[in-house]
Design a protein around this ligand. Structure first.
Ligand code: ATP
Ligand code: MG
Length: 421
């Protein structure tokens, strides 16, 4: 790709409302722009990262037999009345009427819609278990949207749902999701931890959260030496607020801040009983299906990953998430034919090796280009100017430590292999 056909819009300053590093860097590097409170548009640079995360999630869920679907964002009130959540969910549920005066809401989560979908097509245990997921926009009218896409009102979530004839089958499947989630966060190269959690508005009894440890996290976690532990909300219920400080001291737990990026729940029969989602068992009994639900905050992950990977120059993407594996900066390529042709040569070599590379062919100064790619955080930067073109050299800069070295064009393939990009 070339910047001439992949517009990037970096900024020098950031709006004062961007309080945390990830929000500042996402605006500055031109990944997102604000539409209104808690709503953001994604430019190609940012959206490419979202797509990378989605792809890893898709692969790992497909691996455990979970299949992708898509459900409508606007949901009829009747389903929420059936589940008793129309009144209970609170003002986060954005409600409105259509032209026929029927009540609707914007989907913050999809337990009602999926239960309604599946119950109409499944009537026998023989069809179970069923595992379905979607990756789509969710809307929650958050009281305090902040930190950009971290706590947005409109955001992309992956939500998966499982249906079973018994709690034993649900338990087994729940473990499959837990393992798939571990693989997802490992492949994304994120430093994460799993904690016992409170199931909040969604319901059910057993749930676990996946957190990225970061100082700006909004959740309080109690962790042991091995980084296992619980959300403080559940600790308060389990041990009472009064006994908690004593317990923390005695058991040597540490208090850390976390960003919740995933949450899995055993819902049991909560929704199926309320909404009449039953099947006939192998003993010809009618049983309400057992359900699980499993969420990942796709767009929140982008911000959380930046909180773990930045310096004073900008973002430092892990290779799993970087929008490009390599950037080529040509200095005055529009004026110097030799520079342009060497840059094109390197670009062709990388393309033939299927390296996801961007060539910066803009007519701006080297200083500006260099600052932009350091800010955007591409891990491998290749620089070609007059000196390089005369000596058939390339300057290679690794973003992680910003060290530069000269590489002969003849040796470039060896370097690319060494970098395994
Ligand atoms: P939080 O406690 O942060 O409000 P939640 O527990 O209400 O989140 P879930 O219902 O568990 O959220 O949703 C699944 C996932 O969706 C969360 O783990 C999180 O990663 C993501 N998510 C939830 N709310 C938001 C939001 N307002 N902006 C961005 N991502 C969100
Ligand atoms: Mg949650």
């Amino acid at each position: 790709m070339k910047v001439s056909s992949f517009p990037i819009f970096t900024l020098k300053g950031v709006p004062s409302e961007a309080e945390v590093p990830s929000h500042q860097l996402m605006i500055k590097s031109g990944m997102i722009r604000k539409l209104s409170s808690g709503q953001y548009s994604w430019y190609p640079l940012g959206y490419k990262i979202v797509k990378k995360i989605e792809e890893v999630i898709r692969q790992e869920l497909n691996n455990i037999g979970c299949r992708e679907i898509l459900m409508p964002t606007v949901q009829p009130a009747e389903l929420w009345q059936d589940s008793d959540r129309w009144d209970k969910y609170g003002p986060e549920l954005l409600r409105f009427k259509d032209r026929n005066n029927r009540d609707f809401c914007l989907g913050p989560t999809f337990e009602e819609v999926i239960t309604d979908l599946v119950k109409n097509d499944v009537s026998s245990y023989k069809n179970l278990p069923i595992n379905l997921f979607q990756i789509s926009s969710k809307f929650r009218d958050e009281i305090r949207p902040r930190f950009g896409v971290m706590r947005a009102r409109e955001f992309i979530m992956k939500d998966a749902y499982s249906f079973h004839e018994s709690s034993i089958c649900l338990d087994k499947t729940y473990e499959l999701y837990k393992t798939a989630y571990k693989r997802i966060f490992e492949r994304l190269m994120l430093d994460y931890t799993i904690v016992d959690a409170d199931s909040g508005n969604i319901g059910g009894d057993v749930s676990h959260e996946f957190h990225i440890i970061a100082d700006i996290g909004e959740d309080d976690l109690l962790l042991d030496k091995n980084m296992n532990g619980m959300n403080i909300e559940i600790a308060k219920v389990k041990y009472s607020e009064h006994d908690l400080p004593k317990l923390i001291k005695k058991s040597g737990l540490t208090h850390k801040k976390g960003i919740e990026v995933g949450h899995i729940f055993k819902l049991g029969q909560k929704y199926s009983t309320k909404m009449g989602a039953s099947v006939t068992s192998n003993k010809s009994e009618v049983i309400d299906m057992f359900m699980g639900c499993y969420g990942i905050g796709v767009t929140r992950i982008v911000a959380a990953a930046i909180e773990q990977n930045y310096d004073d120059k900008g973002i430092i993407w892990p290779s799993s998430l970087s929008p490009f594996n390599a950037a080529i900066i040509e200095i005055d390529g529009n004026k110097n034919k030799n520079v342009r042709s060497l840059a094109q040569k390197l670009y062709d070599i990388m393309q033939s090796k299927k390296i996801d590379v961007i060539l910066d062919d803009r007519q701006v100064t080297f200083g500006n280009k260099s600052k932009d790619w350091e800010l955007i955080g591409v891990p491998n930067i290749f620089i070609i100017g007059k000196k390089e073109s005369e000596e058939q050299l390339i300057t290679f800069q690794r973003r992680a430590d910003n060290k530069k070295e000269f590489v002969k064009l003849d040796d470039i393939e060896k370097l690319l292999e060494k970098l395994s990009i």
